[in-house]
Structures are given as structure tokens and as C-alpha cells.
Design a protein around this ligand. Structure first.
Ligand code: SAM
Length: 211
């Protein structure tokens, strides 16, 4: 069996079919460094340079599943890294959807754009900047997904969420929780599971010296 198929089959029953279908459309081997391509379908985070990692496939699956992304949605991703998670979000949002992915490291933003193009993924705009402040020029968003751990839920991200919208992010430093925030009249906050992510570095994240 193809390694990509085996990986997704292993998640069947635990992850929504729409997420598995979206992941099946995104070739993860296009988003890892060439020397790690043969390991692209192992369920592990892998180094992508600059001390950063592409998240493990099961973590991308869990986050997309909890976020409940529907076709046509406008989505903000913070922590673009390789561009892989943004590509899966774009596959879920479909041709009518829009994904903006913010990455603070210029070299990674550039690599993410190249990876997305090589993988033939449309609908993702990679923006270089401090995503802890969100991306106000395109707000409000139906969904926001953050791939780096914040000290607390950043206020700008809450403000840029549409009413009825959802935000998923890891919160914490040594001990981190994956948190789902739903905007209704106020903000409902649910802690989902313990996780391990690299820190969100920025104005509403950790300072460079704190890590
Ligand atoms: N989603 C990525 C993927 O699919 O490859 C993996 C993300 S990696 C776990 C976390 C990323 O968040 C790193 O690339 C890091 O540079 C980025 N990051 C950290 N703080 C950030 C910030 N304030 N704004 C934008 N990106 C940030």
C-alpha cells in the first residue's frame, strides 16, 4: 500500500472523512526538504530548517477536524512553516474559499510559496509578518488556525474572528493545551488535549529572549 494512503487509513474512524479526503489531495512529500522525502508519510514532525518543523500529520488532522472547516470559508493560518497545513485548509475550503497564511521567517515564507506552487495548490496567500497580531486587512475570518504556542489567546486573533467563527491554537510554554475558541455573543473556550508546539514569537506571543 502507498505510504500516504496507509497513513490516512490509520486515522480513519477518529478523523472526519472530509479532512482525510483533503489530506489525500495534498502531497506532503512536496513540503519537506528533499533529503527527507522518503519520510514524508511517517506520522512525525520533521525539520524544515531554521529550527522549525512541519507538524505531524495526525496533529494537522486533529486541528482541521476540531476547526470544522467548510467549503467557501475565509481562513487565517498563523505559522505557515512549510505551507503544508495551509494547503490542507485550502483543500477543505475548496475553490470558493480563501486561506491567508502568515509566517514570521522570510526564508520559510518563500519556501512555503514554492512548495505550494510545486504541489499545485491554489487559494493560499502566504504573507510574511507577525501573525500573533493576525492579519487585520483581510478580517473577519471564519476560521483561524495557529501552529505555534502562545502565552495566552491573543486578543487581535479573537477580534478578527467572525461571530460564529472558530479559532484553534496551542497555549502554554512548558505545558501546552490545544484550545478551541468559538465566538458567539462572547467567546467560549474549550481545552482539548495536551500538545507540543514551537513557540509563537511576536508582540502577542513570546519574546525572543523568553525561549
Ligand atoms: N503549519 C506549518 C506547516 O504546515 O509546516 C508548521 C508550523 S511550525 C510548527 C510553526 C511556525 O510558526 C514556524 O514556521 C515559525 O517560524 C512560525 N511562527 C512563530 N511565531 C510566529 C508569528 N508570530 N507569526 C508567524 N509565524 C510564526
Amino acid at each position: 500500500m502507498e505510504p500516504g494512503k496507509r497513513l490516512l487509513d490509520g486515522m480513519r474512524g477518529r478523523i472526519n472523512e472530509s479532512v482525510l479526503k483533503a489530506m489525500a489531495r495534498v502531497p506532503r512529500d512536496r513540503f519537506v526538504p528533499a533529503q527527507l522525502r522518503d519520510r514524508a508519510y511517517e506520522d512525525l514532525p520533521l525539520p524544515i530548517g531554521f529550527g522549525q518543523t512541519i507538524s505531524a500529520p495526525h496533529m494537522v488532522a486533529i486541528m482541521c477536524d476540531l476547526l470544522d472547516v467548510r467549503p467557501g470559508m475565509k481562513i487565517l493560518e498563523v505559522g505557515g512553516g512549510s505551507g503544508y497545513h495551509a494547503a490542507v485548509l485550502a483543500a477543505l475550503a475548496g475553490p470558493e474559499g480563501q486561506v491567508f497564511s502568515v509566517e514570521r521567517m522570510p526564508d520559510l515564507a518563500l519556501a512555503a510559496r514554492k512548495n505550494l506552487q510545486a504541489a499545485g495548490i491554489a487559494g493560499v496567500t502566504v504573507v510574511e509578518g507577525d501573525g500573533s497580531l493576525g492579519l487585520p486587512e483581510h478580517a473577519p475570518y471564519d476560521r483561524i488556525s495557529v501552529a505555534a504556542s502562545a502565552p495566552r489567546v491573543p486578543e487581535p486573533l479573537k477580534e478578527q474572528l467572525r461571530v460564529g467563527g472558530k479559532l484553534i491554537l496551542p497555549v502554554g510554554e512548558t505545558s501546552q493545551e490545544l484550545v478551541l475558541v468559538t465566538r458567539k455573543n462572547g467567546f467560549a473556550v474549550e481545552e482539548k488535549m495536551g500538545v507540543i508546539f514551537v513557540p509563537l514569537i511576536g508582540k502577542e506571543g513570546f519574546g525572543e529572549r523568553q525561549i
